[in-house]
Design a protein around this ligand. Structure first.
Ligand code: 3PG
Ligand code: MG
Length: 399
């Protein structure tokens, strides 16, 4: 891989130069208060921003937040992120109220050496996510002139063929930031020759989202543990009734086929926590996976499953985990995710946690982040990397 890095750029000297940094500051916000509920992604980009500030660059940061529809939408404003970023950097972050307009140009113009500006949400502009090359290119033509060099440190977005990820680097000298480098370095260990046993834990709600990664991983892994909402489609494929649990009917056949081909590699829940309703205070009990009552909804894996998963994780030397085991945001249904996370943390293995939700779960459950080898900031991005797909953001840096 022939990618130039932040160190190469720093070696050239950046003092007084405008450096455009694509970050992934897509942090979760509290629906009521708008407060940032997990600032992990902001912290993750600090090594790159700190190095540029220290070297005297004029740092212009851009990012997306959520999925606005190509026009300004106040609920997706990056303004609160500018505040938090400033606190973490220990210096004021100038905020532009647009991305490539007058406010952005003025904010960049006013930067002194070693100062930081954050532009408003990239996705307030139709061109950012457009599938039309010309439309994306036209937006990149407006964004690129705000920098003299480009740093991609938005690992969580490298799988998106978006203007700021894919088209801007074609218009500016470009390098990979510290976070992108670290993520790629770690994930490449998993696609190379991982130490065995190699155990993968997958959760989250949809099988359809994970199908490609299951297909790609099945030949490589020693064990694949499946929990979360997606387990019910597999349980159905095993011939069990799943009540009103999450089910992707059209995926049942595919899951049956995967189970047949997997030998004994795939491990499914043997018990689940089934509730009256999808609610934090719903009545619930643990039931066997083949005895989910028809009116109940499975919201977590049960304790026997946690014990079985923990046993499989105990001897592992390499572990990758993506996706919560249950509705961990509700304390009654967080035991499965906590139990599995703790088993991963305890294992004498190289452990990688992939995905915004799993990373947020680790922090929300108050687990010690340092007990994990690496907590990826990318959900979709880390999965697509493991699938062996070409990632537009990485490919753009290679050219
Ligand atoms: C993420 O949260 O996975 C990344 O920030 C990418 O966001 P997206 O899935 O909306 O492109
Ligand atoms: Mg996503």
């Amino acid at each position: 891989m022939s990618i130039r890095t932040l160190d190469d750029l720093l070696a050239e000297g950046v003092s007084g130069r405008r450096v455009l940094v694509r970050a992934d500051l897509n942090v979760p916000l509290d629906k009521q208060t708008g407060d940032i509920t997990d600032d992990g992604r902001i912290r993750a980009v600090l090594p790159t921003l700190g190095a540029l500030v220290e070297a005297g660059a004029k740092v212009v940061v851009c990012s997306h937040l959520g999925r606005p529809k190509g026009a300004p939408d106040p609920q997706f404003s990056l303004r609160p992120v500018a505040g938090r970023l400033g606190e973490l950097l220990g210096s004021r972050v100038h905020f532009a109220t647009d991305t490539v307009g007058e406010s952005a140009r003025a904010a960049v113009e006013a930067l002194a050496d070693g100062e930081v500006a954050l532009l408003e949400n990239l996705r307030f502009n139709k061109g950012e996510t457009s599938k039309d090359d010309a439309e994306r290119g036209a937006f990149a033509d407006q964004l690129a002139p705000l920098g003299d060099a480009y740093v991609d440190d938005a690992f969580g977005a490298v799988h998106r063929k978006h203007a700021s990820v894919h088209d801007v680097p074609a218009r500016l000298p470009h390098v990979a930031g510290r976070l992108v480098l670290r993520e790629v370095e770690v994930l490449s260990k998993l696609t190379g020759e991982p130490e065995r046993p190699y155990v993968v834990v997958l959760g989250g709600s949809k099988v359809s989202d994970k199908l490609a990664v299951i297909e790609a991983l099945l030949p490589t892994v020693d064990r694949l543990l499946i929990g979360g909402g997606m387990c019910f489609t597999f349980l159905k494929a095993q011939g069990h009734e799943v009540g009103s649990s999450l089910l992707e009917e059209e995926m049942v056949e595919t899951c049956r086929n995967l189970l047949e081909r997997s030998g004994n590699k795939i491990l499914l829940p043997v018990d689940v926590v089934a509730a009256d309703a999808f609610a934090p205070d719903a009545a619930h009990d643990t039931v066997p996976a083949d005895g989910i009552p028809s009116k109940r909804v499975g919201l977590d894996i049960g304790p026997e499953t946690v014990a079985g998963f923990a046993a499989a994780l105990k001897g592992a030397r390499t572990i990758f985990w993506n996706g919560p085991m249950g509705v961990f945001e509700m304390p009654a249904f967080a035991h499965g995710t906590r139990g599995v996370a703790e088993a991963i943390a305890k294992a004498d293995a190289f452990t990688v946690v992939g995905g915004g939700d799993s990373a947020a779960a680790v922090r929300a459950l108050g687990l010690d982040e340092s007990a994990f080898g690496h907590i990826s900031t990318g959900g979709g991005a880390s999965l697509e990397y493991l699938e062996g797909k070409t990632l537009p953001g990485i490919a753009a840096l290679e050219n």
